[in-house]
Write a protein that binds this ligand. Structure first.
Ligand code: NAD
Ligand code: UDP
Length: 311
């Protein structure tokens, strides 16, 4: 198949391009390099099945493809808040452009939505049937509400134009190839620990997240893309939940760091808890995460150790 990956030079997108090439597909990676980098895909450049297009999805594009993994959107709060209006445009205009393309060439399209559609959840753990608790006017809204509209657009193009869609709600994911300046918690803590700098916990560290390793996510996303008679939305995440303070301590221990923990103000609307209910993915996709943090964190630390040592 010929497969388009929007956001293909980003953290998840670059792993996905590599996986799809290994499955002998032709892969078109489309990216505007806002948070993605050529470093992430440099090893794929020699593969004759790989093509790279520098393009911004807020502008239309016509390509002949069979499947579209629509990932383009900055995912770290630091980056999606840097130009909030652009984040909304990417989610709304970008998703309309990709749905228009899917409609025109009859491609199947998968949206990488997010656990953030549940906002600061009042239901725990979160099932797909929960409608969420999202602030529509806060500093996270450009992303949370942007993804909610993207989901709405997917469903409306499906109902109105019979576009073949899939919606995946991704929970916090980590692994090699996260950008050093990404700003999300796992990469921040690992880099701070490796440099023996202070570990910056926002708030008291009692807020929880559930982190999945990127390889598990890819298994789930690819299974969803190729599933029959199931459009989602489906949660893909690791249900093992722990506090941000526990994460900091674990990373200090694994890196044998001399770093101290310091506390900085908690950002506005920072969700207090998050854990996926993955029973739907288990039932429909026969999917479960396989890599726990005891295995995934050391792999990620090794990646960043090479990067940090390389300067
Ligand atoms: P990332 O920031 O590393 O990658 C996003 C990519 O999209 C980058 O390469 C960026 O340059 C590109 N991009 C952004 N705006 C674009 C535009 N207008 N046109 C073209 N390209 C554009 O983030 P990631 O962690 O790889 O996330 C990928 C997708 O998965 C995003 O849609 C994100 O919302 C979703 N997601 C990620 C997580 C996570 O924990 N990593 C959790 C939930 C959802
Ligand atoms: N966080 C933190 N220190 C950091 C970066 C993040 O304590 O250096 C916290 C953040 O406030 C949040 C959690 O870690 O409670 C996860 O943040 P991240 O940005 O990784 O993801 P998201 O909030 O989007 O789940």
């Amino acid at each position: 198949m010929r497969i388009l990956v929007t956001g293909g030079a980003g953290f998840i997108g670059s792993h996905l391009c590599e996986r799809l090439l290994n499955q002998n597909h032709d892969v078109i990676c489309l990216d505007n390099f806002f948070t993605g980098s050529k470093d992430n895909i440099i090893d794929l450049m020699d593969n004759h099945r790989f093509e790279l297009i520098r393009h911004d999805i807020t502008e239309g594009i016509l390509l002949e493809v069979d499947q579209i993994y629509h990932l383009a959107c900055p995912a770290s709060p630091v980056h999606y808040q840097y130009n909030a209006v652009k984040t909304i445009k990417t989610n709304v205009m970008g998703t309309i452009n990709m749905l228009g393309l899917a409609k025109r060439v009859r491609a199947r399209i998968l949206l990488s939505s997010t656990s953030e559609v549940y906002g600061d959840p009042k239901v725990h753990p979160q099932k797909e049937s929960y409608w969420g608790h999202v602030n529509p006017i806060g500093i996270r809204s450009c992303y949370d509400e942007g993804k909610r509209v993207a989901e709405t657009l997917m469903m409306d193009y499906h109902r109105q134009n019979k576009v073949d869609i899939k919606i995946v709600r991704i929970f916090n994911t980590y692994g090699p190839k996260m950008a050093e300046n990404d700003g999300r918690v796992v990469s921040n803590f690992i880099i701070q620990a490796l440099k023996n700098q202070d570990i910056t916990i926002y708030g008291d560290g009692s807020q929880t997240r559930s982190f999945q390793y990127v390889d598990d996510l890819l298994d789930g996303v690819i299974a969803m893309m190729n599933a029959q008679n199931f459009i989602g939305p489906v949660n893909i995440g690791n249900p093992y939940e722990f506090t941000i303070l526990e994460l900091a301590k674990k990373i200090i221990e694994l890196t044998r760091s001399k770093s101290k923990i310091i506390h900085l103000p908690l950002p506005q609307d920072d969700p207090t808890q998050r854990q996926p209910d993955i029973s739907l993915a288990e039932e429909k996709l026969n999917w479960q995460p396989q890599i726990q943090i005891a295995e995934g964190l050391p792999r990620t630390i090794e990646y960043f150790r090479t990067k940090v040592l390389a300067g």
